[in-house]
Design a protein around this ligand. Structure first.
Ligand code: ZN
Length: 262
């Protein structure tokens, strides 16, 4: 099985299309997993939601999805994010609102349910940011599967819990290298594939991960996968999206940040 793992599309259709094209250019994609924030910030929220619905993506809800449909208030949003949430809310079709409203906070995915999907963290799926190991390590008790996939920070990162057999167990943070497969194995992991529509790690290219379940041989009794995750970075027409944002009257700072990936 091959899956594309995407997160934080944020209404950026050009980036989403580029990512989906990249994923299928490397072989058939059996499933699409989406870690929330389909909308907010970007100029084409309906198009992004419709495309993901068409593709039968397995999606969880993000804070921007809830904010856009009025399911939560924007008190903790910065002014630009609030403006974009209001703008998005005014444009979402009834069908797409209903779809976003129905998204679960967490999902299980994978042939043997090896993955928990959440937007922020398994502990606080909508809100918590897993930016550092100190917070991430507290979250390993909040999911039952070997691996958890999260988005929300827009930064590709892997948090690794030490094997219980290790002499001096150390939690680790791994910055995944684009194009280099990362073997899942028996270690427990929390993995962030980065953001499709608004990367914030200093690389303006869209980010996502490919999961290759591998042959299935060597699966341990704990349900660990013999597969790999590979971070991909994909160029997309940033200037085109920025033009759409300007025409839509979205905040200039949101337009500018796409150039730099911050
Ligand atoms: Zn986001």
């Amino acid at each position: 099985m091959r899956c594309a793992i995407i997160s934080d599309v944020h209404g950026n259709l050009d980036a989403l299309e580029a990512v989906l094209a990249d994923a299928s250019a490397h072989g058939a994609v059996d499933q699409l997993w989406c870690l929330g924030d389909l909308v907010g910030y970007g100029p084409q929220p309906n198009e992004c939601v419709s495309l993901l619905r068409e593709r039968g993506a397995m999606c969880v809800a993000g804070n921007h999805d809830w904010a856009a449909i009025g399911k939560m208030d924007t008190a903790d949003f910065n002014p630009e994010a609030t403006e974009a949430a209001v703008w998005t809310g005014q444009r979402l079709t009834e069908e797409n609102r209903t779809y976003l409203d129905g998204l679960p906070e967490t999902l299980l995915a994978g042939d043997a349910g090896e993955f928990t999907l959440a937007h922020g963290s398994p502990r606080e799926p909508i809100w918590e940011y897993l930016t550092h190991l100190s917070v991430a390590r507290l979250n390993f008790d909040y999911f039952q599967t070997p691996y958890c996939l999260v988005g929300h920070t827009h930064v590709p990162l892997i948090f690794q819990r030490p094997e219980s057999s290790e002499k001096s167990p150390q939690y680790r943070t791994v910055v995944p290298a684009a194009g280099t497969p990362f073997a899942l194995g028996s270690q427990r992991l929390i993995v962030n594939p980065g953001s499709v529509g608004q990367p914030r790690d200093g690389d303006a290219k869209a980010a996502y991960m490919l999961y290759d379940a591998g042959s299935g041989k060597g699966k341990s009794e704990r349900g660990a996968s013999s597969g790999t995750l590979t971070l991909r970075r994909v160029a997309y027409p940033i200037a085109t999206v920025q033009e759409k944002m300007r025409s839509a009257g979205l905040p200039p700072r949101l337009v500018l940040r796409l150039t730099y990936g911050w």
